[in-house]
Design a protein around this ligand. Structure first.
Ligand code: DAH
Length: 384
């Protein structure tokens, strides 16, 4: 037997991890006492004490305690058993140190065991397990139509357009008469809507916004009008009684059809890609003259409506032979509309365009059913 004290390194280094605060206030004075005795046991005690006081759970605590003070193989116990082999002087210092260490470690083990047992009880009593991973907060995002609207508004913002908001519950005059729909004109048939008390109606398009903007402001104007619109439609996979549009309006001196065409082509390329093929064909809307429709070529058959696959030729299955799909309506603002807001059609001209957001979203994402936009089914919404 030797009187050389056990050292820190006789114990695993990871016993030092853990919070030294758990050792309590007396720890420092205990270390001082061991050092003052000149026994050389302070380093060993330091690590042993930390190992017990910060044992992560009951199993680790038990294992550490056995290693130190186990009756058979505990290293402190082993040294105590051989005190008798030392000289009387050695026995005095070493024996004193070992007995203090044994007492303090026993005390620390008891305290730590109590604390771990209490924590275990509290956890099972409250049903709260601090060791389980936390729940991720659920973070929402913009609706797919909102995303497309943001993207389009951003694009028009880059072209110098500002947003103008106008009411969803509209006066008949703004929805129809001031936009050059005569009272019994068949063009109103496509705009059947819901009527509200006092001759008001739910707007059938965002075009009434131009009239309100022009009555309020003087040219030059470059505005976009996003919003929800309503129609008394028979609901099916591609029709709903509410949907979204964005209209655009540009009024200034010398605005021409060429400006309209340039704007629309730039718009179509931005949303559908540089390669997209477009065509502008004449069509009637009461509030523009001439009126036009911008079509984009079917991406599968390139506008031909037919495909050749090997030796056989046939109808394009995607556009069903049409070759083109309608993207928006447009035209030069009708002189009657300009006059109705007090503008002089000899002085200023303007172009306008209007598009449906659902149609763009459906084409872009291959969404087959318009009702999905309004059902608020998370399985649908989370895909975008
Ligand atoms: N407001 C029309 C509709 O909902 C669409 C439209 C056509 C808007 C031509 C326009 C335009 O601005 O110039 O059917």
């Amino acid at each position: 037997m030797t009187a050389t004290p056990l050292a820190k390194d006789d114990l695993p280094a990871d016993w030092d991890q853990g919070d030294p605060e758990t050792l309590g206030a007396e720890h420092a004075s205990r270390l001082a006492e061991l050092e003052a005795g000149g026994s050389g046991w302070a380093g060993f005690y330091e690590r042993a004490a930390r190992g017990l006081a910060a044992a992560p759970d009951l199993a680790a605590l038990k294992e550490r305690h056995t290693r130190l003070l186990g009756r058979e193989r505990g290293i402190v116990t082993g040294r105590l058993a051989t005190l008798g082999d030392l000289t009387a002087a050695e026995r005095k210092t070493t024996g004193r140190a070992l007995n203090l260490i044994k007492r303090w470690l026993t005390e620390l083990e008891g305290e730590r065991r109590g604390a771990l047992e209490r924590a275990l009880e509290a956890r099972s009593a409250s049903g709260f397990d601090v060791t389980l991973p936390g729940r991720r907060p659920w973070i929402g995002h913009r609706h797919v139509l909102g995303q497309i609207q943001d993207e389009l508004l951003d694009l028009f913002h880059g072209l110098g357009y500002s947003v103008y908001s106008s009411p969803e519950v509209e006066e008949e005059a703004y929805n129809f008469a001031k936009l050059n729909f005569p009272p019994d004109h068949p063009a109103r048939d496509a705009h059947d809507t819901y009527w509200v008390e006092g001759g008001h109606l739910l707007r059938t398009h965002t075009s009434p916004g131009w009239v309100r903007a022009m009555e309020e402001l003087r040219p030059p104007l470059k505005l976009v009008f996003p919003g929800r619109v309503y129609r008394a439609e028979q609901v099916d996979a591609s029709h709903m009684d509410q949907f979204h549009q964005i209209d655009g309006l540009c009024v200034d001196r010398d605005v021409s059809m060429a400006d309209l065409k340039g704007t629309l082509n730039m718009f179509a390329r931005s949303i559908l890609g540089r390669e997209v093929k477009t065509r502008l064909i004449p069509i009637y809307f009461p509030f523009v003259e001439p009126g036009a429709q911008l079509d984009v070529a079917c991406a599968i058959c390139d506008g031909t409506g037919r495909i050749t696959e090997g030796a056989t030729a046939g109808r394009c299955p995607v556009c069903k032979g049409a070759g083109w799909s309608e993207l928006l309506g447009a035209g030069m603002v009708h002189p009657h509309v300009l006059r109705a807001v007090g503008y002089d059609p000899e002085q200023v001209t303007g172009f306008a365009f209007g598009m449906g957001l659902e149609r763009i979203a459906m084409a872009r994402h291959g969404i087959p059913e318009i009702r999905l936009f309004l059902e608020n089914d998370l399985r649908f919404l989370e895909q975008f």
